[in-house]
Design a protein around this ligand. Structure first.
Ligand SMILES: [Zn+2]
Length: 103
């Protein structure tokens, strides 16, 4: 495939990088991660504190960005518990107050 690689996201750790990679690959987008091998090479920093760049082909960046946006919205939007009306952060799948599932 022609075209340059474009970095579209800086993941804060390997786990996030790989979940994004998996999500994009599910949409048939080729993904390259950068930085994840640095930790192993240095031998001192745990790999999970490194920033990991998520790269895609330039011609797929638009689709990838849209998917990323949906991904971030899913993770970052606060939600209000329908049972106890407590406000919860987006990454939590259950209410921290009463344990009710995220709607
Ligand atoms: Zn609740």
């Amino acid at each position: 495939m022609a075209g340059a690689w474009i970095k579209i996201y800086d993941a804060s750790n390997n786990l996030e990088a790989h979940s994004i990679k998996g999500m994009l690959e599910n949409a048939c987008i080729e993904v390259h991660l950068s930085g994840e091998s640095l930790g192993a090479a240095a031998g001192e920093l745990p790999a999970d504190v490194l920033q990991v760049g998520v790269w895609v082909h330039e011609e797929q960046k638009q689709v990838a960005r849209e998917l990323l946006q949906a991904y971030e919205n899913r993770n970052c939007h606060d939600w209000v518990c329908p049972q106890c009306t407590e406000r919860n952060e987006g990454q939590f799948e259950i209410c921290w107050q009463c344990g009710h599932d995220k709607p």
